[in-house]
Design a binder for this molecule. Structure first.
Ligand code: ADP
Ligand code: MG
Length: 207
C-alpha cells in the first residue's frame, strides 16, 4: 500500500480538495482507495464521500475519520492507496503522518505569504528524510496570471524542493463539483476535465 498525504500550515490552500482529486484519479484506475481524514473539525473528505455515496457516483471512494496514523494504516490493510488529509497545522501529528507517508504533498498558493511558511515546513519535514518520505510542493488554487505561477515555480526550484509541474487552478466549477461529491476530472466541463486530468496524472506519477 502506498501512503500519500496532504500537509500544510494553513487552512484553505486546497489540501482536502487535492486529496479528493488524487483519490478519485486512483479509484478510476481501479485502485482500492481509502481517504483518512484527520481534520475532525471539518471532516471535508468524510462529508464529501457521504455526498458521493448518496448521489451514487461511481467509483465509490471511502473516507474515514482518523486520529492516529498507525491505527489508520492498520485499518487500511488491503487497500492500494491511502490518501491522508490533515488539518491546517504543522504539529506532532503532521510529523507522524509525514514519517508514515511515501509521498507528502504540500499545497501552497503562489503568494509569498503562502510560499514562505510552506517552504519552512518543507525544510522541517526534509530533516525527517531518513524516513524516506518524498516532499512535493503543489501550486494550488492558482489565479489566471502565468507570471505569478512561473515566479513561484522558480522560487521553489531555487530552494531545491520539488514542485509538481502542473498546478491546480482556482475555478468555480471545481468547487461546485466538490460540493456535489465529484472531484477533478469528473468535471462535466471539458476545459476543467482536461486541467484536472493533467494534475491527476502528475500526482499519480509521484506515487
Ligand atoms: N481549484 C479550486 N477552485 C475553486 N475552489 C476550490 C479549489 N480547490 C479548493 N477549493 C475550495 O476552496 C476551499 C478550501 O479548500 P480546501 O481543499 O478545503 O482547503 P484546505 O483543506 O487546505 O483547508 C473549499 O471551499 C474548496 O471547495
Ligand atoms: Mg481541509
Amino acid at each position: 500500500m502506498i501512503v500519500a498525504s496532504f500537509i500544510g500550515q494553513k487552512g484553505g490552500v486546497g489540501k482536502s480538495a487535492l486529496a479528493r482529486v488524487l483519490a478519485v484519479a486512483a479509484a478510476h484506475q481501479g485502485q482500492r482507495v481509502l481517504i483518512g481524514d484527520f481534520d475532525l473539525e471539518q471532516l471535508s473528505c468524510v462529508e464529501w464521500a457521504a455526498t458521493r455515496m448518496a448521489a451514487e457516483i461511481e467509483p465509490e471512494v471511502e473516507a474515514r475519520a482518523a486520529k492516529s496514523i498507525k491505527k489508520l494504516r492498520r485499518a487500511a490493510e488491503g487497500y492500494d492507496l491511502l490518501v491522508v488529509d490533515t488539518r491546517g497545522l504543522a504539529d506532532d501529528l503532521t510529523t507522524d503522518v509525514a514519517r508514515e507517508s511515501d509521498v507528502v504533498f504540500l499545497p501552497t498558493g503562489t503568494s509569498m505569504d503562502d510560499l514562505r511558511p510552506t517552504m519552512g515546513l518543507a525544510k522541517r519535514l526534509a530533516r525527517l528524510r531518513d524516513t524516506g518520505e518524498k516532499i512535493v510542493l503543489v501550486l494550488s488554487k492558482t489565479g489566471r496570471s502565468e507570471r505569478l505561477v512561473d515566479s513561484a515555480l522558480a522560487l521553489i526550484e531555487d530552494s531545491g524542493f520539488s514542485c509538481l509541474s502542473v498546478h491546480w487552478p482556482q475555478r468555480d466549477g471545481f468547487q461546485a463539483d466538490l460540493d456535489a461529491g465529484r472531484a477533478g476530472s469528473e468535471s462535466s466541463n471539458p476545459h476543467l476535465k482536461q486541467a484536472a486530468a493533467e494534475i491527476e496524472a502528475a500526482m499519480l506519477a509521484c506515487l
